[in-house]
Design a protein around this ligand. Sequence first.
Ligand SMILES: Nc1ncnc2c1ncn2[C@@H]1O[C@H](COP(=O)(O)OP(=O)(O)O)[C@@H](O)[C@H]1O
Ligand SMILES: [Mg+2]
Length: 267
Amino acid sequence: MRPPGTPPQKIALPHIKYVVAVASGKGGVGKSTVAVNLALALAGEGRRRVGLVDADVYGPSLPIMLGTDARPRVGPDKRIHPLERYGIKLMSMGFFLDEQSPVIWRGPIVMGIVRQFLRDVEWGELDLLVVDLPPGTGDAPLTLVQQVPVAGAVVVTTPQDVALLDVGRGMAMFAQVSTPVLGVVENMSGYLCPRCGTEDPIFGRGGADALAARFGVPVLARIPLVPALREGGDAGRPLVAAQPEHPASRLFAALAGRVADALAAPA
Ligand SMILES: Nc1ncnc2c1ncn2[C@@H]1O[C@H](COP(=O)(O)OP(=O)(O)O)[C@@H](O)[C@H]1O
Ligand SMILES: [Mg+2]
């Protein structure tokens, strides 16, 4: 046990250029949808080598969203081999659980699992590893951002929750551990009508701008409510992979460009 107050040691990940954390103040805002489609957009059909870790062990959603529940292979050297879908490498607790398994682990156990996902998984050389963090600012996400060498965080909010205390707490958590927040993604930002193509700001506008301004970070993307995004997630065929030319996929491509630029920019 380390004495209280000492920051935990960061896990060394020499073969991974950048770790990007996708965070949210609370669950259900589309954190995993953004993490998956951002990871695919970053991979950009093979331009970058990308991995995706589902660190939200309480609500692992990558197996469904990416349409695979195969069990990762463990080599004779005890190294875990990540699954591969749509050109990106994946690891999720969901690959090791069945629907009936209760998930009641506390922070330290979650960290043990994620530590294994980072250290004992044969990622190979990666340009980027996207980490879908547990929601909120509890024990599990905090320990993770303390121990994982996160190059930058992307905070996902909806227009309804930007005003909530949770989002501000999430921002403060990254400041506390000196992790740069690359910016905010406003998800479910209005409704894009699939028939007429017009966008209706049903939840109002401006919330994410105010939040971003308050913390001195940019709004990296606004992703509207798009039925095809949910359908793609439910069907295991994420929109960015299934329909790269879809208007929402283009928004993710632009988001990926901004994230990559922000990471490459000198701090
Ligand atoms: N922009 C969007 N348009 C339509 N549906 C969305 C959008 N973002 C997320 N969803 C849907 O909302 C639900 C919650 O999203 P999810 O990514 O699982 O959230 P979280 O990981 O924050 O809990 C899912 O059914 C998902 O398909
Ligand atoms: Mg999720």
